[in-house]
Design a protein around this ligand. Structure first.
Ligand SMILES: [Zn+2]
Length: 735
């Protein structure tokens, strides 16, 4: 198509050159009459005018428009024409100011400045609506039977030298919703980020062109090549689900915040991404506006380079681009692989003495200086025992362990349809010694991305099917006809369905009686696994905490993965943070997706008591609230965590009988754990804190003997299908 166009364009160009030669000859002999006509034609752009194509739309799975293009106009001034007669100037300026609200001073400057006063092409305004253009056309078109006075008619007819360039404007009706995933366009057809970037060539149409030339009797003849509009894409995203995710992420960000935060919700039976939040908030209609992150003064103080870096960082999608040490959320994957390889069997037990000696190196379990004791596989997952996992990895050996990392695609791009997918850095047989092998079993010493981790877990719990994760299910042409249907792509079988079932039940006990208990959603069976990864270099108090979970247990409808990188807390090593976020999301998301509550006898969805903030560990705030999950208020609205409340959270009175507290104040996360309440207890002065060392959510431990991941000197962009090098200064709107 493009080739044809080039040939045609060449032919027309040749014809034009011929014509110009001819006109020159005529001009020389017949003078003024022709020059006027030529002038008229060029100012109307009759010679060659681009007909812009419309960029395709982006829809969510329910047909909601996430991105669309609407026709708008650029207002062009032909200053030479306007200045050609004195009587044109005032009526034209007035019409521009009255109808478009143009800046009068700007118009006058363009008409009088030496540089522009003879220009035939000055863009005065962009993005003028179809209605405003029509109002202008109506104003300047004087009907024969008009009842305007002669003076008014003359005024309107003297509006000259204004014409319009048709173009399209991209609109994002949901503004910042799913901004990291949807992406945006820099201009009509330049897009580097999100779905806009990955599907740019699909969404982009082919511009048409209108050619005009003079025939022998100097009449204009026209050839029109119509524009072909771009194709539309239907995403697997669900605006409702995305809103629920962002609601809880925003609540967390407001109360506590973190260096990075990501949430993915995936359908494990298809690989479809239902919601994805990279944690950034910016209006896709104003992608260069960083006011949600920086103050004006901060932006002002940035060098151009810093500003580009800040923009790139805001636009990149944490969920697919960043690689990090995942921590204990990989344990179900490693265990499933060990079972599949036959390195361990369901009945095996392991003894945790609090640490494991690898040669002369001591690597601790989270229970250190205590110990988990004798552990079944179920208990290993529920208690997140590192010692047992190290023993399991040792049984597998380096070669087999590396094979299983490959089997679950850890360290390789998943091929998700988003640009800038990261890889992570894995050990090889050459770099993996016994210590690296041991630590890899609990997710340290290598790095992966969020999309790799959640996709591997999907396969572990869905019966062993590894689907390619994807965000687009359908491509349609501009008439809505389906051009391509993207079926779920099954890439491989990772483990048997019976192993998958075992792991689901192990992860269920992590929610019911283990480290994942803060994630419990009333009415639904669920499984989960926490991660509390100490960041490198070890010992600096920085942690990446995470939670991966699914519900219901028998036939999981969704898998959710929440990563909180360096929470703004005094103690970062608490996986309760991502669990609270997941619990909040799932408590709304499951009913929203019409997932029947399998643990509710009457089919009604019982309300889950939610945390209402993270006041507890804000850096600059007094310590209150966190451990009790729900901050409760008495009848005067005064916070009173000690008071007695009914099941709906209504204040009954000051607590009298301490025994009833457990029943009445049973918080969602601790229900049916059958365990003593661990952590989150009120301390003597009435404030509450999570004592991480005592809390069963504390599956992380600071251990300087845990080796860091290999240096990653690879180019994260290299080899990526839809690649982007980030923006240049020009694209970022900078000089
Ligand atoms: Zn242990």
């Amino acid at each position: 198509m493009r080739k044809k166009l080039v040939i045609l364009f060449g032919m027309v160009l040749l014809a034009l050159v011929g014509l110009i030669l001819k006109i020159t000859v005529i001009n020389a002999t017949e003078g003024e009459q022709y020059s006027k006509q030529v002038l008229m034609q060029t100012q109307q752009q009759y010679t060659s005018r681009e007909i812009p194509s419309k960029r395709g739309d982006i829809y969510d799975r329910n047909g909601n428009i996430l991105a669309s293009s609407s026709k708008v106009y650029n207002v062009i001034l032909d200053c030479k024409v306007i200045n050609s007669e004195e009587k044109y100037v005032e009526p034209t300026v007035r019409a521009l100011v009255d109808i478009f609200g143009a800046d009068e001073e700007e118009v006058r400057t363009l008409l009088s400045d030496e540089k522009t006063k003879d220009s035939q092409y000055q863009i005065l305004m962009k993005g003028v609506s179809v209605d405003d253009k029509k109002a202008f056309d109506d104003y300047t078109t004087v009907e024969e039977d008009s009842d305007l006075s002669e003076e008014e008619q003359a005024d309107r007819q003297n509006v000259q030298g204004v014409w319009f360039e048709e173009t399209y404007e991209r609109n994002y009706p949901f503004k910042s919703l799913a901004c990291d995933t949807i992406g945006f366009t820099f201009d009509a057809d330049t897009a580097d980020w999100g779905l806009e970037g990955y599907y740019n060539s699909t969404l982009t149409g082919t511009d048409g062109r209108q050619y005009g030339y003079f025939n022998d009797s100097s009449d204009v003849e026209q050839t029109i090549i119509e524009a072909t509009d771009g194709q539309s894409i239907v995403s697997t995203l669900d605006v409702g689900a995305q809103s629920i995710v962002e609601k809880y992420v925003n609540a967390f960000q407001e109360a506590m915040g973190a260096e990075n935060l990501g949430v993915i919700v995936e359908d494990p039976s298809t690989g479809e991404i239902i919601a994805m939040d990279g944690g950034d908030r910016y209006d896709l209609n104003e992608p260069r506006d960083m006011s949600s992150i920086y103050t004006d003064a901060q932006v002002e103080a940035m060098s151009d380079e810093e500003e580009v870096e800040a923009l790139n960082s805001m636009w990149r999608n944490y969920c697919v681009t960043d690689a990090y040490e995942p921590g204990s959320v990989v344990k179900p994957i490693v265990m499933a692989a060990a079972l599949e390889k036959g390195a361990i069997s369901e009945d095996d037990t392991f003894t945790c003495d609090g640490y494991q000696m690898i040669g002369d190196t001591q690597i601790k379990c989270s229970a250190y200086p205590g110990a988990h004791g004798n552990q079944t596989l179920q208990e290993v997952i529920a208690n997140s025992c590192n010692d047992a996992m190290m023993q399991i990895a040792e049984r597998m050996g380096t070669e087999e362990f590396l094979e299983t990392q490959t089997l679950f695609n850890l360290g390789s791009r998943t091929g998700i349809d988003l640009p800038n997918e990261g890889t992570g850095i894995m050990h090889t047989a050459d770099t993996m010694g016994p210590t690296e092998l041991a630590c890899s079993a609990f997710g340290q010493g290598f790095t992966c991305t969020m999309i790799q981790e959640i996709n591997a877990i999907c396969s572990v719990i869905n019966g062993g099917y590894y689907y390619q994760p994807h965000l687009v299910s359908r491509i349609e042409d501009s008439n809505g006809t389906v051009v391509r249907e993207m079926e779920p792509t099954l890439l491989k079988q990772t483990v048997s369905s019976s192993i998958s079932e075992d792991i689901r039940s192990y992860m269920q006990s992590s929610v019911e009686s283990g480290t994942s208990h803060y994630s419990k959603v009333n009415g639904y069976s669920s499984g989960g696994k926490t991660g509390t990864a100490e960041k490198f270099p070890r010992g600096n108090g920085k942690y990446l905490v995470s939670f991966v979970g699914f519900a219901p247990v028998d036939d999981p409808a969704v898998v959710i993965y929440v990563v909180v990188d360096e929470p703004n807390a005094d103690r970062q090593d608490n996986s309760a943070y991502p669990q609270y976020i997941a619990q909040g999301i799932l408590s709304e998301l499951l009913p929203y997706l019409d997932v029947a509550p399998d643990e509710a006898a009457d089919g009604e969805v019982p309300q889950t008591e939610l945390w209402e903030g993270f006041n507890g560990h804000l850096k600059d705030n007094e310590l209150t609230g966190l451990g009790s999950i729900v901050i409760r208020y008495d009848e005067n609205g005064i916070e009173d965590p000690e008071g007695e409340y009914d099941k709906d959270g209504n204040y009954i009175g000051p607590v009298t009988d301490t025994d009833s507290e457990d029943e009445e104040e049973n918080t969602a996360g601790e229900e049916d754990t059958g365990e003593e309440e661990q952590g989150g207890d009120e301390d003597s002065d009435g404030t509450s804190q999570v004592d991480v060392s005592d809390d069963s959510t504390a599956d992380g431990i600071s251990d300087e003997n845990v080796p860091g991941p290999l240096e990653d000197d690879s180019d994260p962009i290299e080899g990526n299908n839809a690649e982007s090098d980030g923006v240049t200064n020009e694209e970022a709107g900078l000089e």
